[in-house]
Design a protein around this ligand. Structure first.
Ligand code: ADP
Ligand code: MG
Length: 275
């Protein structure tokens, strides 16, 4: 089971759009995916038309130990895609968890249990991907996602200062790797909101590729009207506009993500990134 955290401490860079549409693309390709909404704003839940009342299982109730991840994972309109929505109380979770022992490990234990339970269940098909959509901050919620994950995908807007933001982000990933989760690796950088008509965007993408050749996906996700519209219709891009450029780009991204599984473990560039 791959455990991927979609991360960037900045908001508005395409994290949620990537989590939703990558998850949907993988599910359409026959994979079983669980998306976990860890942003108190609940954009991912809304994007997939999943609404929760305060008493219902959610990422919040998982974090405070009331429900298992399996109990909180809802089916969506897309076969193979389940969502653990944000409870309306998630914004309070960081404070509530402040007094917990090992508060950075709560989600990790929930996912470990989810994984072992699903293998133990007779006839059940275990999820192949658990993908966390993080809030735009590096607090306890993101930390829980980073500790529960094995991989980090950075969603990045190809704009001025993108590389500076990466440096800070990698420091945090390194810290988590060193202190809490030795196996953690940045295995993907997704260029989002990319406009190839802009010279600056092309230059930044080029720089990104030269710094992180093993991580930056070939497919940069273009800025498109359909991708901007889909969330307000509560649909992934594949349901909202299946023939659009955005749908094609996320389908290609998903192919690359699947192809990573056929690649031998990489040394060199990938290691350099994290020392
Ligand atoms: P984050 O989760 O990092 O805050 P979002 O995925 O919510 O970012 O994206 C921020 C805004 O940009 C949202 O309104 C979203 O619909 C829009 N958006 C994201 N990616 C694209 C894209 N490729 N083309 C057009 N709009 C996009
Ligand atoms: Mg978001």
């Amino acid at each position: 089971m791959r455990r991927i955290c979609v991360l960037n401490q900045k908001g508005g860079v395409g994290k949620t759009t990537t989590a939703v549409n990558l998850g949907a693309a993988l599910a359409r390709a026959g994979r079983r995916v669980v998306l976990v909404d860890l942003d108190p704003q609940g954009n991912l839940s809304t994007h997939l038309s999943v609404e929760v009342g305060s008493e219902e299982p959610s990422s919040y109730s998982v974090l405070i130990g009331e429900h298992t991840l399996d109990q909180a994972a809802r089916s969506t309109a897309i076969r193979g895609l389940r969502v653990v929505p944000t409870g309306i109380d998630l914004s309070g979770a960081e404070m509530e968890m402040a007094s917990f022992d090992e508060r950075e490990f709560v989600m990790r234990r929930a996912v470990d249990r989810f994984e072992s339970d699903s293998y133990a269940k007779v006839g059940a098909a275990p999820a192949e991907y658990v993908i966390f959509d993080c809030p735009p901050s590096l607090g306890l919620l993101s930390l829980n996602a980073l500790v529960a994950s094995r991989e980090v995908f950075v969603a990045l807007q190809t704009e001025f200062l993108a590389l500076q933001g990466m440096t800070r982000l990698l420091e945090v990933v390194n810290l988590v790797k060193g202190e809490l989760n030795p196996g953690l690796k940045v295995t993907g950088i997704v260029p989002c909101l990319y406009d190839n008509r802009l010279r600056l965007a092309r230059e930044i993408l080029g720089e990104l590729r030269s710094y992180f050749p093993a991580q930056v996906f070939n497919r940069a996700i273009a800025t498109t009207v359909k991708l901007a519209e889909a969330p307000s219709f509560g649909q992934s891009i594949f349901d909202y506009a299946p023939d659009s450029t955005g749908a094609q780009h996320y389908a290609e991204l998903a192919e690359e993500v699947v192809a990573q599984e056929r690649r031998p473990v990489q040394h060199g560039a990938e290691e350099n990134l994290l020392v």
